[in-house]
Design a protein around this ligand. Structure first.
Ligand SMILES: CNC(=O)c1c(C)[nH]c(/C=C2\C(=O)Nc3ccc(Cl)cc32)c1C
Length: 270
């Protein structure tokens, strides 16, 4: 990492530390996500490299750009160099709104949501489809555009990996099919989008509980309170649609792109 100067430790991504770094050659600012690979199996290491190589192909205004990967054999650390977003992440933004007892105007909710749906369209529609697997406010970054980042690299980790079990945090956005141990698929990303839309309105996740079992029960029954009354019935309809327990009844990415509040934005972009 000699080519970069570490500026600040700015947080924790999944399985990793995140630093703000300066590229010495041109004084440009990036983010370096530091992952310790020493405890990974050979298979996990190769899959991680494959995964990062796929992500480096992604070029979209609503997806965090991957620039480089640097392996430090001495410390057995992998650094993924990515785009820096001055506005930080959506989780911090919503936390501040909650502290200031302010709600996000509906127009802003749709603006953020429409960009995340466009990012999902980009990764779901690829020939070698990519699922995000970890859509949540902490993985959405604010800059001139809204950007989806920190893809769930956990996919390639097998569940026996000690590394995989270092994932911390409550699985608020876990879908009913995942609780039932079924395969993660694009409709699981759509469920997470429903949780995201709900949380942008209510400033808290739709499903919360004191323990995992109680949380799982609420998720499997899609039991959630209404969002604050100032949001429209269209907002409530789309949230309920995404949070359909039966994944076949959830909207596709195309259904979401064709929503009036999203399609109008896409037409304006053209
Ligand atoms: C207080 N937080 C910040 O100031 C902050 C800022 C300005 N940017 C970030 C985070 C990222 C950022 O700016 N780009 C990123 C790409 C990938 C990942 Cl995992 C994280 C980031 C953070 C956490």
């Amino acid at each position: 990492m000699e080519a970069y100067q570490f500026l600040d430790n700015i947080g924790k991504g999944s399985f990793a530390k995140v630093y703000k770094v300066l590229r010495k050659a041109d004084q440009k600012v990036f983010v370096a996500k530091e992952m310790e690979y020493g405890r990974m199996s050979e298979k996990e290491k190769q899959q991680l490299v494959n995964e990062v190589n796929i992500l480096r192909e992604l070029k979209h205004p609503n997806i965090i750009k991957y620039y480089d990967r640097i392996v430090d054999k001495q410390t057995q650390k992998l650094y993924i160099i990515m785009e820096y977003c001055e506005g930080g992440d959506l989780a911090q933004f919503l936390k501040k709104l909650k502290k200031d007892k302010e709600y996000l105007p509906e127009e802003s909710v749709w603006k953020i949501f429409s960009q995340i749906v466009q990012a999902l369209c980009e990764i779901h529609k690829r020939q070698n489809k990519i699922l995000h697997r970890d859509i949540k406010p902490a993985n959405i970054f604010l800059d001139k555009t809204v950007k989806l980042g920190d893809f769930g690299l956990a996919r390639m980790l097998n569940i026996n990996s000690e590394f995989a079990h270092t994932q911390v945090g409550t699985p608020y956005y876990m879908s009913p099919e995942l609780i039932e141990d079924h395969k993660y698929n694009e409709k699981s990303d759509i469920w997470a989008c429903g949780c995201l839309l709900y949380e942008m309105c209510s400033l808290q996740p739709p499903f919360q509980a004191q323990n995992y079992l109680a949380l799982a029960m609420k998720i499997k029954q899609a039991q959630f309170d209404n969002v604050p009354q100032q949001y429209t019935s269209e907002m409530k309809r789309v949230i309920s649609w995404c949070l359909s327990v039966n994944q076949d009844q959830r909207p596709s990415v195309d259904d979401l792109l064709n929503l009036p509040r999203i399609s109008i934005r896409l037409r304006e972009k053209r």
